[in-house]
Ligand binder design. Structure first.
Ligand code: 9MR
Length: 352
């Protein structure tokens, strides 16, 4: 036997003995290692709400077993953290961060600037462009500094583009002009130079005008060396997702060299108005197939650009999509009783 072959055989024997020793000593430990975070070659996250995190054992157990990344579903938004001009309210977000640190979960911050989430006091704020700039900078830098060293990445700007590729007419655009977008990234970077900074949006995932506009804007930022590291595709989707378009958009992001985060994934089974309702079994099977496709496509992204996939919740009852009409969307991997659905199995074996 030649040397390299001998070495690899010895290595194999040592690793097998090691694995056997672990199995014999602690079978429970091996069972726990079947979580998604061990199965997929990239971080797997969940959007987390503070109430079930504190009150629901099953929710917590799944989070710890399956996931290695979290996004604060609401606790780090402008309205939650900064409800009036002089008050910062850290308590929910800090509890979430403490839990994540204790359980070695990566924390993705969401979101520093989301025009739809401005508190009332911001909408009523009176001041010239200097005062508006200070407001923007102070919010971003206070929040990023507070979580520095714990929150390792941020959605710096969320949903700034319209579907037709123009910029949304937000209060920030009106008061500060289009360059405020780049400055949000600069401010966040100044407060924590180690944090990875993302632009996050929905609807660009299907390669239309919005995607083209975002790519053009990102290209400009990259040329000007603005600190931006990644793009988030929210991907709140359904059984009707146009998979080929998603593939094209993903490849377009790959060409930019940026990180790609599927940042708010869920797949609703709700039928379109007028379409016949699917049986529960049929919709669960179709949903599983879509989840498998999405996770498999994501594995075509070069490993260095895979920031991860984050599910927008854990059990169906936690989903914001069920808020008005319980159960009609059932978009997540676990059902109302936190039992894994066919979609969970499909994700677990995706890419194999
Ligand atoms: O899931 C979130 C829901 O609980 C909140 O009420 C809502 C408003 O803050 O935001 C939801 O999350 C949104 C996310 O922050 C940005 N992308 C769209 C998500 C669904 O609306």
């Amino acid at each position: 036997m030649k040397y390299p072959a001998l070495i690899s055989t010895l290595l194999w024997i040592i690793l097998s003995l090691d694995a056997m020793a672990i199995t014999n000593k602690n079978p429970v430990c091996m069972a726990a290692d079947t979580g998604l975070k061990y199965r997929l070659g990239f971080p797997v996250g969940a959007a987390i709400k503070i109430r079930p995190l504190l009150n629901n054992n099953r929710y917590r157990a799944i989070l710890i077993r399956e996931f290695n990344s979290i996004t604060a579903e609401n606790a780090m938004k402008f309205k939650a953290l900064h409800p009036s001009a002089t008050i910062f309210n850290w308590s929910d977000a800090d509890q979430l961060v403490d839990f994540a640190v204790k359980h070695q979960l990566r924390i993705h911050g969401h979101a520093l600037n989301w025009p739809k989430n401005n508190p009332k006091w911001v909408m009523e704020f009176q001041g010239d462009s200097v005062a508006w700039e200070q407001l923007l900078q102070k919010h971003i830098q206070t929040v990023v500094s507070h979580f520095k060293g714990k929150v390792s990445s941020w959605d710096v700007v969320n949903e700034a583009f319209n579907d037709n590729g123009t910029l949304r007419k937000t209060i920030w655009l009106q008061k500060l002009g289009p360059d405020y977008l780049a400055r949000c990234f600069v401010y966040a970077h100044e407060a924590d130079p180690a944090a990875l900074l993302f632009y996050n949006d929905y609807g660009q995932e299907y390669n239309g005008k919005k995607m083209k506009a975002i790519l053009k804007w990102l290209g400009g930022l990259q040329r000007e060396h603005i600190p931006i590291h990644g793009l988030g595709f929210q991907l709140h989707t359904s059984l009707r997702i146009p998979i080929p378009e998603l593939q094209k958009s993903i490849q377009a992001v790959v060409r930019t060299g940026l990180l790609l985060h599927l940042s708010e994934l869920d797949v609703s089974v709700r039928s379109k108005k007028g379409e016949p309702l699917l049986t529960a079994a049929a919709s669960a099977t179709q949903q599983a197939a879509i989840y498998r496709q999405i996770f498999t496509i994501y594995q075509t992204v070069p490993a260095r650009q895979r920031f991860g996939i984050t599910l927008w919740g854990i059990g169906d009852q936690d989903s914001y999509r069920n808020a008005k009409d319980a159960d009609a969307d059932a978009p997540l991997l676990f059902d109302h009783n936190y039992q894994p659905k066919p979609a969970y199995k499909a994700v677990q074996t995706s890419g194999q």
